[in-house]
Design a protein. Structure first.
Length: 213
């Protein structure tokens, strides 16, 4: 194992960076998409219920099957990987964003509007900051989930540590096959742990002091 890692450590580090970068960029994109959708639907009971239902149903879609279906229209490489990772990342964030925004006391919103704030300014400076801890919880859940999804995305020749996993599985029983799978799996676990620590730090930096738990 150590010989395998020592001979390929540059390749492993590069794949780890690609994997981490893919997940982080897709998380940012998914957070923006989810918060925008939540801001549009949370005031309507029907619309918010629909968004929550879509979020729940979307999580039942097998990521491997979705990647396979996207290969035909998008081809191999980064596009299907980004699409699948972003899609699955957005679902828990959307649910939490709707819950967080809907849970803000109406009196707080009315007070902000009463001092002359526009609806957009109230949303941006009052409602989203107050809902941010709940939204960030969804981001953390998504981060852990899509670390694994990003590994599966290597089936479409996407970037990341999944290449080591699929490479090892494809020649299971052969030389270095087991080591390749272990490197991929352990690498994904370590990256998930590192990203969660970073998100905890982000929460401490971005959560308003008055609503910190």
């Amino acid at each position: 194992m150590w010989e395998f890692v020592g001979e390929r450590y540059r390749q492993i580090l590069f794949a780890a960076w690609q994997h981490f970068s893919l997940v982080v960029q897709c998380l940012i994109l998914a957070t923006i998409i989810a918060v925008v959708i939540a801001a549009l639907v949370y005031r309507s009971r029907i619309a918010s219920s629909t968004a929550n239902s879509i979020s729940a149903i979307g999580l039942t879609i097998p990521s491997f099957a979705m990647i396979g279906l996207l290969i035909a229209p998008m081809g191999f490489g980064v596009p299907p990987a980004v699409t699948v990772v972003t899609f699955f990342a957005a679902l828990p964030i959307l649910r939490n964003a709707v819950v967080g925004l809907a849970g803000i006391p109406p009196a707080t919103v009315e007070s902000a509007r009463g001092i002359g704030m526009s609806r957009f300014r109230t949303l941006a400076t009052v409602e989203i900051p107050m809902a941010w801890p709940i939204i960030l919880t969804g981001v953390r859940v998504s981060a852990q989930m899509v670390m694994g999804v990003a590994a599966i995305a290597a089936y479409s020749l996407g970037p990341g540590l999944g290449g080591f996993i699929f490479s090892g599985l494809s020649r299971l029983g052969g030389a270095n096959a087991f080591e390749s799978v272990v490197v991929g799996v352990v690498g994904v676990i370590l990256l998930a742990f590192i990203l969660d620590l970073l998100l905890v730090g982000l929460g401490r930096l971005t959560t308003p002091r008055g609503i910190r738990v």
